[in-house]
Design a binder for this molecule. Structure first.
Ligand code: SF4
Length: 350
C-alpha cells in the first residue's frame, strides 16, 4: 500500500527511499551542490549535523526544523562526509545519532500507524501484529546486550517473538544503527572527496575532539591486560600475530592515537618496513567492514590474544569498555606514553 509522506515525515526519517526521491526530484546531486557556491548551505548543514552527532548526549530531544528539505539533504551529505574521512568512530557516531533521532520521533510524536508500518517494512523488519519471526528477531538483536532481548527471555509462539510497542521501536533503532554501520563508508570516487576538502577538515577536527572527549589522552596504564600485552610486545619488537596487530591497531586508533604514532609503535620489530607497516595500518583503520572495529573479548579469546584477564574483565565484554571504565574510575593522574611508546612517568598497574 502506497502511503503519502509529508516533507516533515521524511525529515524525521531521512533514511527512507522517498527522501532520496525528493532530493532527486528537486534536481540536487553532489555535483550540483559542490559546483554551486549558493548550495554551500547544504554542506554546512551536513557539517552541523555531524557536529550535533558528536556532541549529542543520551536522552536528548529534537525539534522540527523550519526547513525539512535541508534536514533531508544534510542527512545524505553527512553520510558522504563521514565516508570520505573513513573514520570508524565518525561513522559509528553518526549511525548512533541517526538511530536515536528516528527513535525519538517515533516515540514522542509519531501518531501515524501507516507510516510506522511503512518504516518497519522499508527496513526489512516485517511485523505480524505485535510479533516478528524469531529468525529475523535473532539477526536484529545480535548486537544488543540487554538480557531482556535474549531469545530465552522472550515469549515465543509458533516461531514468532512477541514485542511491546516500545520494544519494536528499540529494535528499529538498533536496525537503523547497524544498517548505517553496514552501509558506510560509501564507495566514493577520490575526486568527490577532493571537492569536499574544506568541509572534511572541519569534520576531522570534530571527530578528533570527540575522541579526546571520550577517551582523553592515551594512557597505557589504563589499557586492558590484553592490549597492554600486545602493546608491550610491539614496542619491544616482539612478534605479533596478524590478529594481535589488528586488535592493537584498531584499539589505538579508536582511542585517538594518530597514525604516525601507531606506525612508530611497530617500529622495533625485526621485520619492520615503514612502507609495508604504513600500508597495513592505513588499510586497517580505513576499512568500513566489520573487521575494522576493535574485536570484542569473545573474539580476542577465539584468537588466543585475551591474555592476563583480571577481575575487572568480568564486568565488561569489550577491551574498549575496559579502557573507558578505567579512565572514568581512576581520576588520579596517570602515566602518559610518549611517541616511542615509553612512559613519561612511572607506570601504574591496572
Ligand atoms: S577479557 Fe577482554 S579486556 Fe580482559 S584481557 Fe580478555 S580480551 Fe582483554
Amino acid at each position: 500500500m502506497k502511503i503519502r509522506l509529508e516533507l516533515q515525515d521524511l525529515a524525521h526519517y531521512p533514511f527512507l527511499k522517498e527522501a532520496q526521491e525528493v532530493i532527486a526530484s528537486r534536481g540536487y546531486s553532489l555535483r550540483t551542490i559542490t559546483g554551486n557556491p549558493e548550495n554551500r548551505i547544504y554542506l554546512d548543514a551536513a557539517v552541523d549535523r555531524i557536529r550535533d552527532a558528536a556532541q549529542s548526549k543520551k536522552g536528548r530531544a529534537w525539534t522540527d526544523s523550519d526547513d525539512p528539505f535541508l534536514d533531508i539533504l544534510s542527512y545524505g551529505l553527512a553520510r558522504i562526509l563521514v565516508s570520505c574521512i573513513k573514520n570508524r568512530s565518525g561513522i559509528a557516531t553518526l549511525a548512533r545519532y541517526e538511530a536515536e533521532r528516528a527513535f525519538f520521533f517515533l516515540q514522542t510524536i509519531e501518531k501515524n500507524d501507516a507510516l510506522r508500518l511503512h518504516i518497519f517494512r522499508e527496513l526489512d523488519m516485517p511485523l505480524l501484529g505485535d510479533s516478528m519471526s524469531y529468525t529475523r528477531y535473532i539477526e536484529i538483536t545480535q548486537t544488543l546486550r540487554e538480557d531482556t532481548f535474549r531469545l530465552v527471555n522472550r515469549d515465543l509462539s509458533q516461531g514468532q517473538v512477541f514485542l511491546s510497542e516500545e520494544e519494536k521501536d528499540l529494535l528499529l533503532r538498533e536496525r537503523i544503527r547497524t544498517l548505517l554501520l553496514d552501509q558506510l563508508p560509501l564507495d566514493l570516487p577520490e575526486s568527490v572527496c577532493d571537492s569536499l576538502s574544506v568541509h572534511l577538515q572541519v569534520i576531522q577536527s570534530i571527530i578528533a575532539e570527540r575522541t579526546v572527549e571520550e577517551y582523553g589522552d592515551v594512557e597505557e596504564s589504563r589499557f586492558p591486560p590484553c592490549i597492554h600485552a600486545l602493546f608491550e610486545a610491539a614496542v619491544t619488537g616482539k612478534y605479533l600475530t596478524h590478529s594481535g596487530r589488528f586488535a592493537l591497531t584498531t584499539f589505538l586508533h579508536t582511542i585517538g592515537m594518530d597514525v604516525t604514532e601507531i606506525i612508530r609503535t611497530f617500529s622495533q620489530g625485526s621485520d619492520f618496513n615503514i612502507e609495508v607497516t604504513s600500508y597495513q595500518v592505513n588499510h586497517i583503520i580505513s576499512q568500513g567492514s566489520d573487521g575494522y572495529t576493535t574485536p570484542s573479548c569473545a573474539t580476542m579469546m577465539t584468537h588466543g590474544i585475551c591474555s592476563g584477564k583480571n577481575a575487572k574483565c568480568k564486568l565488561i565484554s569489550h577491551p574498549l569498555s575496559y579502557y573507558r571504565k578505567e579512565k572514568k574510575q581512576n581520576k588520579r593522574p596517570a602515566s602518559k606514553i610518549n611517541s616511542s611508546g615509553q612512559n613519561n612517568e612511572e607506570k601504574e598497574d591496572i
